[in-house]
Design a protein around this ligand. Sequence first.
Ligand code: ZN
Ligand code: ZN
Length: 412
Amino acid sequence: MTTDPINPEMLDRLAEVAVRVGLNLQEGQDLVMTAPSSALPFVRRIAHHAYRAGAGLVTPLISDEAVTLARFREGSDASFDRAAGWLYNGMAEAFGANAARMAVVGDNPMMLSAEDPEKVARANKANSLAYRPAMEKIVTFKINWNLTAYPNPAWAQLVFPDLPQAEATRRLAEAIFAASRITGEDPVADWAAHNAELRKRTDWLNGHRFSALHFTGPGTDLTVGLADGHEWNGGAAPAQNGVICNPNIPTEEVFTTPHARRVEGTVRATKPLSHQGTLIEDIAVRFEGGRIVEASASKGEKVLLKVLDSDEGARRLGEVALVPHSSPISQSGLLFYNTLFDENAACHIALGQCYSKCFVDGAKLSPEEVAAKGGNSSVIHIDWMIGSDEIDIDGIAEDGTHTPVFRKGEWA
Ligand code: ZN
Ligand code: ZN
């Protein structure tokens, strides 16, 4: 019996699964880990399991909500165009030398909601640009990496606004543990079975080689052309350094690269998007020639429009992903206000950067070749949910024939 709202035994299990399944950390491999200060108990368990797995050196990089807010409240105007490029260059250097990457998510999703959107956008843009050398090693899957979540009390309070904080934290922790598939007898075996199931779906889609997907539902009539030579991915996958890892815990999606210039029609978001401290609700957009030409939101529209103007690629798609409505995260009925969870509750699309691993022999393609095949490039990658139990999806083959892929939010 424990009074700790975050069961320490389960937290330790999650740390072990993050290291063994998520990263599949190799003997002698270094690990660079980022985390919010609230997640320190988890960071310590991850370090424990990483060294047990033979880690060379574990380097934690800690951010802190109060320090971030101090910048927005007291920082000079010039502060908002600054970023720690020196640190990101160091991270890129570490990844270049085969260090693995772990990011613990769990910041208060509303941390910046009361701050000036102009400053938030400038700070994000400066940060995205400076982070690019490190980000490139991630999007091209040079090294094994993993995202895992820690139930920050401020985050829990947002998910369960009517519960006292300790109870909210306990509920969020339980939801994270269940979604992360660590509550069974043998979580490592459960993950192997789950990865095999996702593999069946990607094999089926890769066998069909659809040239486009057609989404229909309330407010949605969208044709997403797929990139030339695209490949569907999902679950465990080999990084370029040969390590088979699970980049996201949890994960329920299979995903690929859309064609940046072949997306047409309208689409309405089915869940709010929590973007770096702002909640954007009821997003509706229209695409023409792959580019968003009209966009609106009932809340957070200013932030959305700023995001779309981040750069040329920000108005085009970099990912399309399929998730059945019956996924455990969807069935939990919770809105997590966090992409790692919410993207695994519904089919989604992402604005911005594509993943080069979502091409046949993607690792061998130059950025120019990726672009020629229709792969998008941008400093942003933002997933938003367009799936529900009312969405139908058809696969359209090169010769124009339609094959049912999803009916009423489930695999057809
Ligand atoms: Zn996704
Ligand atoms: Zn994504």
